[in-house]
Write a protein that binds this ligand. Structure first.
Ligand SMILES: NC(=O)c1ccc[n+]([C@@H]2O[C@H](COP(=O)([O-])OP(=O)(O)OC[C@H]3O[C@@H](n4cnc5c(N)ncnc54)[C@H](OP(=O)(O)O)[C@@H]3O)[C@@H](O)[C@H]2O)c1
Length: 246
């Protein structure tokens, strides 16, 4: 079994995921980068290898049952355990992040968003849990969002009042419930599970030009939650070290 910590970061060919892999790799952690296209994963891993990072690229469309199973089999045979799982891959509805149309949300939009941002995370985590249980201190980080906070949305003057996108926001709220329940279940095993709000980050999803936060800073919450010690948070929604309300 590998003595070094091993981390898997989904959707890490670009954006916050790639930067998270880079920052974890620079700390000496073995990183497995995943992308929907094998070539994109290998290219991203190669970029990090050239910086001296121990990086591997594998194909993983998180919505694909066989690819989730294959990812688990790969990690099992190559590393025998998984210390850190970062459920980072996510999608936003096309062109509608600023449009309020709650009751008009279509079945297609719900299916697209929930499939990637909620169901796949539950199924992938379940697939990888036997390997995470082999780590002395497993850490699971679910990339959520402040947009999943019911408490903040319920405040009419909140800074996110203009971002009422039912499909995306409710999938992140559902993901937060997954975080809370799984954290409670795994607590006796010393495994910690938290939701991360990365900030409003300059990625494709964040809207490159409007977002105030750099990708470098956007990865920091994921990285810190991946590395928390025994006394760190469990079952919380965190942004840059601060707890946000559910
Ligand atoms: N950016 C923000 O302001 C912000 C704010 C709050 C939360 N978040 C969350 O942070 C996470 C990362 O977002 P980001 O801003 O870095 O987005 P991004 O730049 O658009 O990158 C998203 C990544 O997810 C991958 N992905 C999408 N669907 C996938 C699937 N079915 N299987 C595997 N990979 C898939 C994409 O791969 P392809 O290249 O193949 O499309 C890409 O690598 C998301 O969960 C997002 O909801 C972001």
């Amino acid at each position: 079994m590998n003595d070094k910590k091993v981390a898997l970061i989904t959707g890490s060919n670009r954006g916050i995921g790639l930067e998270t892999a880079k920052q974890l790799g620079e700390l000496g952690i073995t990183v497995i980068l995943t992308a929907r296209q094998l070539e994109a994963a290998e290219t991203a891993a190669q970029q990090l290898t050239e910086k001296g990072i121990d990086a591997y690229g594998i194909q993983l469309d998180v919505t694909n049952d066989e690819e989730r199973q294959a990812a688990a089999a790969y990690i099992s045979s190559k590393f025998g355990k998984l210390d850190i799982l970062i459920n980072n891959a996510g999608v936003a509805p096309k062109d509608s992040l600023f449009v309020s149309k709650t009751a008009e949300t279509t079945k297609e939009e719900f299916n697209y968003i929930y499939d990637t941002n909620f169901f796949s995370i539950v199924y992938l985590t379940n697939e990888l849990l036997p390997l995470i249980k082999k780590s002395p201190a497993g850490r699971i980080v679910n990339l959520s969002s402040i947009l999943g906070s019911l408490t903040i949305h319920a405040q009419p003057e909140s800074p996110i009042a203009g971002f009422r996108v039912l499909s995306y926001n409710s999938a992140k709220a559902a993901l937060n419930m997954f975080t809370i329940q799984l954290a409670a279940e795994l607590q006796p095993l010393g495994i910690k599970v938290n939701s991360a709000h990365p900030g409003w980050v300059q990625t494709e999803l964040g809207g490159n030009e409007q977002a105030p936060m750099s990708i470098t800073d956007g990865a920091k919450t994921s990285v810190s939650l991946a590395l928390i010690g025994e006394d760190g948070p469990n079952g919380k929604l965190i942004h840059m070290g601060e707890e946000l309300p559910w």
